[in-house]
Design a protein around this ligand. Structure first.
Ligand code: ADP
Ligand code: ADP
Length: 224
């Protein structure tokens, strides 16, 4: 069974914009999977559908075997999403941010889980600093920790390195590899081909709302 199955997904926004036109693909378990495409291709729309933030117009999707319509709670529990925007209260500390998130998901032993995650993303020293005082890299690591609070088997990163300098990009890449080595299936969207090439086992390309390629990275790069 795949980590994510997407079948015939369509999205037309209220204003009439057709953002996705019959997109179908599977994300195999255990991989780092790249969703590549230019700005406006429909990547965020697809991620937001999986996150339950945008209603699809047609099609089906499941996460870790759970249909997002028939079994939304289990589907949601199986995925963690890191959005492009930095989304946490700047006046909360990293500890409070993660403890609150653990509370939202009903994670048992929230304080213990929070400390473990802070260690995992190397923010233990900043546990009690205000989040607004963190560097850009620290904020991104806190976002990843937040997405992992409920230990989902699938982690989605929406444009993880957009607007990020080379050093931080390398840091994020090695952290993604580390998570994947620990067994997390990773999906990342990017408009940088080099990023997808460097990091991903498999790459799907969407353009103007349509899937135009879906290949192991080696096969795709061989074509170019
Ligand atoms: P949904 O169909 O998922 O409910 P909507 O079509 O209602 O989403 O869009 C949500 C809001 O975002 C609307 O007010 C819409 O006008 C606005 N919006 C319009 N165009 C864009 C765009 N290109 N990017 C982001 N938001 C947009
Ligand atoms: P990407 O993430 O690949 O840049 P998006 O999924 O954000 O692409 O956008 C796909 C298309 O849908 C774009 O044309 C965008 O302007 C449009 N769009 C995105 N969100 C909305 C919205 N809420 N309402 C109307 N149109 C939208």
């Amino acid at each position: 069974e795949a980590a994510i199955e997407i079948q015939g997904i369509e999205k037309t926004y209220a204003g009439g914009k057709r953002a996705l036109e019959g997109v179908s693909f599977d994300v195999p378990r255990g991989q780092i999977f790249g969703l590549l495409g230019p700005n406006g291709a429909g990547k965020s729309t697809l991620i937001n559908i999986l996150a339950g933030l945008v209603n699809k117009t047609a099609g089906r999707a499941s996460i870790w075997g759970f249909d997002i319509d028939a079994n939304p709670r289990n589907a949601k529990a199986s995925i963690g999403i890191v959005n492009q925007e930095i989304l946490f209260d700047p006046f909360f500390t990293p500890f409070e941010t993660l403890e609150n998130q653990a509370g939202l998901y009903g994670v048992p032993k929230a304080k213990r889980r929070t400390m473990d995650l802070l260690k995992a993303v190397r923010l233990e020293d900043k546990a009690n600093a205000y989040a607004r005082t963190l560097s850009g890299g620290m904020k991104r690591r806190l976002m990843v920790a937040k997405a992992l609070v409920h230990a989902p088997p699938v982690l989605v990163l929406d444009e993880p390195t957009a607007g990020v300098d080379i050093e931080l990009r390398q840091q994020l890449w090695s952290y993604v590899r580390e998570l994947n080595a620990q067994g997390v299936t990773v999906v990342l969207t990017t408009h940088y081909l080099e990023e997808a090439e460097e990091l991903c086992d498999r790459i799907a390309i969407i353009n103007h709302g349509k899937l135009i390629a879906n290949q192991p990275t080696r096969a795709l790069v061989g074509m170019a």
